[in-house]
Design a protein around this ligand. Structure first.
Ligand SMILES: Nc1ncnc2c1ncn2[C@@H]1O[C@H](COP(=O)(O)OP(=O)(O)OP(=O)(O)O)[C@@H](O)[C@H]1O
Ligand SMILES: [Mg+2]
Length: 355
């Protein structure tokens, strides 16, 4: 017996809600910074539903494992950031891949690679994509002396996002400060510190959607304290929490916008990002761009870059989410052979038994 369901797909939603995070003793105050607000999860769900699909809320990787044998979805929209370690963003994609369940976004390799900024930079260097010079330090006593990169430098945790570990103290202008900050990052985030040449000037971010070919959306410029020429200003985690300021389109010459877009697309391809992503760059006062990193799970909050770009393009938030979902669906031939009325599998057919 087959029951009739509304036209559309069953779309699982995998996520980590900020509200689920239980702070442990010793956690930094920004420990749950990457997780999504309930509002964001809700608007993504509403956007998918508005397209005629049915959303099945899954939750985090543990919930996914618990639900695996009765999960009846055509595809999973994955924004789960995961818990602990540099492979945390890979957890949901790898489980889904293992089970043969289609999903939106980059695979486990790209998620792990790009969360680790040092690994990403090695790929960028191999591809000839400019990125700030850097040193990785796991033990502050091994800090090279005399200091190699000169000053100022910025000290970041090696594999964090959402500007975790970035405070007003992150830029060092002398060796004593560098040692102190490096030691703090290593001890607080239990991982090596990435020390980078600090790039003053302007900052940009480029949202990208799709595959074969991916499409770069209009360049977004970062504004801090009302300034586009940021000088020494940069995004700390506190600034992110107090609200971001973006300008779109960026107030820059067409030639610079083209160069930034080209680098963003090269970066997306170099790390084999899929469906959607966001590339962050800084441009120094000489007009030279540097790629800082790529986010394969960029925020889809209505306060963030994708919404800013949607406004510039004159499309709705829902339309933006559907572009991402459609890009993923296009990668799976069997999803495109869907019929208007979808058969519901018998209750006894567990997902794990599907071939
Ligand atoms: N080398 C650098 N020179 C100047 N500013 C930098 C540099 N590296 C990082 N920053 C500043 O710190 C911010 C966060 O750094 P980065 O993008 O590398 O980390 P993240 O935590 O992964 O970012 P996101 O908040 O986008 O997830 C940047 O947006 C920028 O403002
Ligand atoms: Mg960034």
């Amino acid at each position: 017996m087959f029951a009739e369901e509304p036209m559309g797909r069953r779309v699982g939603l995998a996520y980590n809600a900020k509200s689920e995070y239980v702070f442990q003793p010793g956690d930094p105050q920004d420990a749950n910074a990457e997780f999504d607000h309930d509002d964001t999860i809700g608007v993504i769900e509403d956007a998918i539903t508005a397209g005629g699909h049915t959303v099945v809320r899954i939750g985090n990787a543990t919930a996914l494992l618990e639900k695996l044998d009765r999960l009846d979805v055509d595809i999973v929209f994955n924004i789960a950031e995961g818990y602990t370690g540099r492979n945390r963003e890979s957890q949901v994609p790898i489980i889904l891949e293992m089970m043969g369940i289609p999903y939106v976004g980059s695979d486990g390799l790209t998620q792990g690679l790009t969360l680790d900024k040092v690994m990403t930079k090695k790929i960028l260097i191999a591809e000839g994509i400019p990125t700030p010079r850097f040193v990785e330090v796991s033990d502050v006593s091994a800090l090279p002396a005399p200091w190699l990169l000169g000053f100022p430098v910025i000290v970041k945790p090696r594999h964090e996002g959402s500007s975790k570990g970035l405070t007003e103290e992150s830029v060092a202008r002398d060796e004593a400060h560098l040692r102190r900050q490096t030691d703090w990052v290593i001890r607080t985030y239990h991982q090596p510190a990435l020390i980078e040449e600090f790039i003053p000037g302007q900052e940009f971010t480029v949202a990208i959607i799709g595959n074969n070919p991916p499409q770069a959306l209009p360049v977004v410029q970062i504004e801090i304290e009302g300034r586009l020429d940021l000088g020494d200003r940069f995004y700390t985690n506190a600034r992110i929490r107090s609200g971001l300021e973006y300008r779109c389109p960026a107030r820059i010459p067409e030639s610079l916008a083209r160069r930034i877009t080209e680098l963003a697309l090269r970066t997306y391809r170099a790390v084999e990002c899929r469906d959607f992503g966001r590339v962050d760059l800084r441009v120094n006062p000489a007009g030279e761009p540097f790629v800082l990193e790529l986010n394969p799970l960029p925020s889809l909050s209505t306060e963030d870059v994708f919404m800013v770009v949607a406004k510039e393009l004159g499309i709705t938030y829902e339309a933006m989410i559907h572009r991402v979902l459609d890009a993923a669906c296009a990668r799976y031939p069997r999803l495109n052979q869907e019929v208007a009325v979808r058969p519901t599998p018998p209750a006894s057919l567990s997902f794990a038994k599907r071939s």
